[in-house]
Design a protein around this ligand. Structure first.
Ligand code: PHE
Length: 526
């Protein structure tokens, strides 16, 4: 990895993502409070709306990624995505402004969520794949580039709850609208920023404008041009025509097969989960989309083998996010009920602890590229799959640390804030080893015509993990109620945290054992 300067486009993407994540996390910070305190949903219903929203937000990147690669091209997808999100945020503002009319206000809220979900689907995978396209394939700066991008994401994630919380969460339900309005205005800023700056900064390494023509279309055009150039005689022309017909027939067969498989899987998951349509959608998509990409006849053997690597690692990454995402639910409960948050006589609100992670992340992200670069100079930089395994290991260590904190906990006595602070610090280190490096790896391993779609597949593991996190979070110990999970008895906080120590350690170990094989399957990509 060399330290030479990054293309200016990276900083445009940095700023755009900071603003977008500000809108996302700002709205999210006050959303559950808005549902329960202003729209008067009970906790269970509110949690279910919240869960569906955060699940769908990471499911739609699949569709958004597909549209970007095939039809719109990256720039249009980013702009349209941002516009849809802005509409969504304004609908949230209007919803919070019409609290007197419950039906109208709830309708506006659901409309707002729909726009936010669609907008995010178009925006997130496309921006993530654009980062990589600013560099030549094989450029050693790519991991650093994704780490810088990830830092931008977290600047937004850090500031948003503080600002939107300040304006929106005043104790008066009439004020939620101001929080949503701030999020909406910042989202509009993305559109203006991106629209005015894109031509200047979104330039490919060869000097061409980036993201105008969809990559799949460009690839196809190149191929067709090569074919017509290569047709030298009549017979060759006929052969090619026949080939095209066979390919079309194969394509049709593929769609029938996929449709059948979707119905079969959908029914199976319906049988498992009942009418939990979002879980059914996520789990079905999780299988169908990856298979459909593998069935694409244009893939070469090497491309296919690289895509397998992404799938295998995405599977392990599910365990990372399922443990990590306890932050939003069970760890916040732990912070509020069982952690002593008094500092010099002042009690820190439990929700503030959620900004520890983005805070550490922004600081550590400025050091990490240096660390990788140092290791690289000494020929010790681990390959991408190893970095993912290290991320999982760090997650396990974070939970191990807190296990020490709660081991001899007496009922009714709160533990020191040091334990949660330590856990978040170690988790953030793990996140930096795993998440930006994962995005970078997906970019390196994917043929450019699938760039955004594969990012969508990668985000799908986050969607699945969030669902799984919810199930695991339900094992949070409650007084007088022993819970059993796969034969393991959970009565204390120690038992609960141990689940995550073991789960992440086992996933990490298996991934470590697989790294050599995975590296071979990557065919020369680091
Ligand atoms: N903080 C990250 C983000 O908002 C969390 C995340 C990681 C989300 C990976 C999706 C996938 O981008």
């Amino acid at each position: 990895m060399n330290n030479s300067k990054h293309p200016k486009g990276l900083y445009l993407i940095f700023a755009t993502s900071t603003a977008e994540r500000f809108g996302y996390y700002g709205m999210r910070a006050i959303f559950i409070l808005f549902l329960t305190q202003a729209l008067m949903f009970d906790t269970e219903k509110a949690a279910s709306i919240y869960g569906s929203y955060t699940g769908l937000v990471y499911l739609t990147p699949l569709i958004g990624g597909y549209i970007a690669d095939r039809y719109w091209g990256a720039r249009t997808s980013v702009i349209r995505g941002a516009l849809m999100m802005a509409v969504g945020q304004f609908l949230m503002f209007f919803s919070a402004s019409t609290l007197g009319n419950v039906q109208l206000s709830q309708g506006l809220m659901f409309g707002g969520l729909t726009f936010l979900i669609m907008g995010n689907g178009c925006f997130k995978p496309t921006v993530a794949s654009l980062v990589g396209q600013l560099y030549e394939p094989g450029d050693k700066r790519l991991d650093a580039a994704y780490t810088i991008y990830y830092m931008g994401v977290n600047v937004g994630a850090f500031l948003a709850p503080l600002v939107c919380g300040y304006f929106g969460e005043t104790g008066n339900p009439q004020d939620f609208k101001w929080g949503f309005l701030v999020a909406a205005l910042v989202t509009v800023a993305i559109v203006i920023l991106f629209q005015t700056q894109k031509n200047k900064y979104l330039i490919a390494p060869n000097g061409e404008q980036l993201g105008i023509i969809p990559d799949a279309k460009r690839d196809k055009m190149n191929k067709e041009a090569n074919i017509s150039e290569g047709i030298k005689n009549y017979q060759e022309g006929i052969n090619i025509q026949q080939d095209t017909q066979t390919a079309k027939r194969k394509e049709k067969r593929k769609y029938y097969l996929l449709a059948l498989l979707t119905i079969a899987l959908g029914s199976f998951f319906y049988y498992c989960f009942g009418d939990e349509w979002i879980s059914i959608g996520i789990f079905t998509a999780c299988i169908i989309f990856p298979i459909s990409i593998l069935m694409d006849s244009s893939l070469t053997k090497i491309e296919r083998s690289r895509i397998y690597v992404i799938y295998i690692i995405a599977f392990f990454v599910i365990f990372f996010w399922a443990a990590y995402e306890q932050a939003g639910a069970s760890l916040t409960l732990f912070a509020s009920q069982q952690t002593d948050r008094v500092i010099f006589g002042w009690e820190m609100p439990a929700s503030w602890i959620q900004s520890f992670n983005p805070f550490f992340l922004v600081i550590l992200a400025s050091i990490m590229p240096g660390v990788w670069s140092f290791l690289n100079k000494h020929h010790m930089e681990p390959a991408s799959p190893t970095k993912q395994a290290i991320g999982l290991l760090l997650l396990s260590l974070g939970y191990l640390l807190i296990c020490f904190g709660v081991k001899d906990m007496q009922p009714g006595v709160k533990v020191s804030l040091i334990w949660l602070t330590g856990l978040y610090f170690i988790h953030t280190l793990g996140e930096l080893a795993l998440s930006p490096i994962g995005l970078s790896m997906v970019n390196k391993l994917t043929p450019v015509r699938f760039a955004s779609l594969m990012m969508g597949v990668w985000f799908l593991s986050t969607a699945t993990a969030n669902k799984f996190a919810g199930i695991l979070g339900g094992l949070y110990p409650e007084a007088g109620k022993a819970k059993i999970f796969l034969g393991y008895r959970i009565e204390t906080m120690y038992d609960f945290f141990m689940i995550f120590v073991i789960m992440s350690a086992v996933a990490s170990l298996i991934l470590f054992l697989l790294t050599k094989k995975l590296q071979k399957m990557m065919h020369g990509v680091e």
